[in-house]
Structure formats: C-alpha cells, structure tokens
Design a protein around this ligand. Sequence first.
Ligand code: MG
Length: 256
Amino acid sequence: MFSAKTVELKSDREISVMRQAGVIVADTLKLLSAAVRPGMTTGELDRLAHAELLRRKAKPAFLGYHGFPKSLCVSVNSEVVHGIPSDKRKLSEGDIVSLDFGCVVGGLYADAAVTVPVGKVSKAAEKLISVTRESLMMGIDQVKADGRLGDVGSAVQRHCEANGYSVVRDFVGHGIGRALHEDPPVPNFGKPGTGMRLQPGLVIAIEPMVNAGGPEVETLDDGWTAVTKDGSLSAHFEHTVALTEKGAEILTEGTA
Ligand code: MG
C-alpha cells in the first residue's frame, strides 16, 4: 500500500544521473518520431531504439520487465499502452502511434512517451494528440513545492474532459528512480488540494493516456497490449519530471 513514507526522494546527484538517462530517452524518441512512416513495421522501430541505447551505452528499461520482450512499447490507434513491437505489424498512412521508451544509466531510470501521426492523419486524430500533449504540460505546471499530487491529476483530467475525451483509470503514472515504477502512483485524475504533498527530491513520470471515447480498457491475449474497449483512438504522452529547490525540471525534455 502506498504511503508518503514509501516515497524515496532523490539527491541532487541522483537527479543529475537521471538527467543523463532523460537526455538519451528524449533523443531516442526524437529519432524514432522522425523515422515513423507508412509501410514500416513496429519491429523496425524497436530495433532503432535498441541500437541507439547500445550506441549511448545505456540499458533498456523495458526489455525483460515482468517478461516484456522488447525495448520499446509501440501502441497503434486504439491500442493505449504496452503494445509489443513486431515485424508483422505495419504502420499505415493515417495511423497514430504511441512510442513509450525508458532507459537506465548508472542504476537510475528515465521514462517518456510521445504519440505521433503516421503520414497525414484525420483532424480528429490531430486534435487528440494535441490535447493529450497539452494535458501533460498542464499536469507538469502543477509540480511545485507544497503543491499536491491531486493538483497534477486534476489538471490533466480537466483539460481532457473539457475536450470531450476520457482519461484512462486502469493505468497511472509513477514515481521513478532506482526502479522503473516506484511510489507514488500518479493518476491522471483527481481532486485539487488532495493527495501527497509535493516536495523537492520527488521525481515522477506523469503520463496521460487519453481516449477519444470511454475510459475503459482491456488487455489483448498477448498479455500486454491494452486497447480501448470501445475501439476509439487513444494517445499517450509522458515525461519524467523532477521537483528540485529551483522548481520542476523535465528530465526528458525535447522528445519531439
Ligand atoms: Mg511510465
């Protein structure tokens, strides 16, 4: 059970190592976003990501995590998160594709995600991507000393729902540091002025998963891929964010 006592605040030194991991995650997502095109497979994206990690001498965060078989999660259209890259899965013009990626440097993790269009996409898809990205930035704006965790989730939720979308409840953001997923859980919903008090040294991954339709998700037979229950499109953005004495710092800045 989560309590504020189980949250491990990070030292400046740990945050500086996480900053290095964050740069690698951001650079890799930028490279992948630029590579996305109709006709390529999601398996190719995974190989690009893994090769970049090796080149930068970092370790994959996802490969082998609870048995996840790849270094990158690639979730297409109605897939919400945890899509498994495959050479059989080809991207088509008009798809939207969420790329979720993490790495480890010196035993410390960084984690981020972006959703990008494949070629030309519908206005509706463009808007879902924009609103999801904006909701992440609005959540990050609430990361300040003496703020509350509920302020973050509430800001994300309010913006998404004002645009007619739903935030996923079954998956949430998380603390991050010596492990990929640490306390506290960081929901994309909540009430302002409630939840854990934010303080310097806190590092969290904020990751709105936003559905054009209802919030319900289900997991495919592969045991990983989460999809929207109603088949509606879903987008996902994520940053690893540190709260320091100077304020909030996005450690995975510059993803796309
Ligand atoms: Mg995450």
